[in-house]
Design a protein around this ligand. Sequence first.
Ligand code: G
Ligand code: G
Ligand code: MN
Ligand code: NA
Length: 253
Amino acid sequence: LRLENALRQALERREFELHYQPQVSAVSHTFEAVEALIRWRHPTLGLVPPLKFIPLAEETGLIRPIGVWILNEACRQLTAWDAAGIKVPRVAVNLSARQFSPALVQQVAEALHASGLEASRLELEITESLLMQNPLEAVDILHQLKSLGVHIAIDDFGTGYSSLSYLKRFPLDALKIDRSFVDGLPLDEDDAAIAEAIMAMAKKLRFTVVAEGVETLEQSQFLQTKGCALLQGYYFARPMPAGELAGWMKGRS
Ligand code: G
Ligand code: G
Ligand code: MN
Ligand code: NA
């Protein structure tokens, strides 16, 4: 309960921050996007990772106001980078199932409007299980989000139970191969088979593929050879505070 109360106050006290992890082109390694990842800078506990508080935020419903803050902050940060001449093409934001309601469309529209960010520079990451909880409602909400112009990606792809027939019906732009399948690349034959199958299917359905958890040059090369478009992982960069991104970009050019 103490954690719950602290979480309740954290928004007012501005204790949340977004860190950003780069995504690069698999072919050219050029910088293409960032994924926003929330952290809680607790006054005594220090930097609390999302796995320690997002589940509680989801149970208590606090994820809804926190989710609104995340959307606004990510969009604001991109336009702040624009103003500073720092070129960050796109930001991906994670959504929890509890945020995925008809109200979300208005929240996204407002975050875009308030920041002035072009909709195509915002990507929303959702999970397969979220979509499969209520596929008909999900299709409807996704179409409304798409008509705003935002991109939609399926996060942790391959770990949920999505019906492949639904993939075709959802208006999706990208699949993110879960890092559990990237781990064993290129030598583990099962991981390689799964990663290749996802990329082959994505190509037919014209989805962009993003690999997460890329930690080695070998993984990066394997994924590029098999047609993965974007790579994200410690091999390129860890998630970092917004203020460190410009330095990271400079350091690699
Ligand atoms: O940032 P980290 O690498 O510890 O992320 C761990 C988990 O927390 C991931 O599954 C990620 O999807 C989730 N997470 C991180 N940031 C956010 C966020 O802004 N919103 C939601 N809903 N989940 C997040
Ligand atoms: O579930 P989601 O994909 O949104 O969360 C991404 C999570 O993966 C974050 O916790 C992020 O810190 C973590 N992550 C990002 N890159 C790597 C990586 O190369 N290796 C590992 N082990 N974790 C990573
Ligand atoms: Mn994600
Ligand atoms: Na993921």
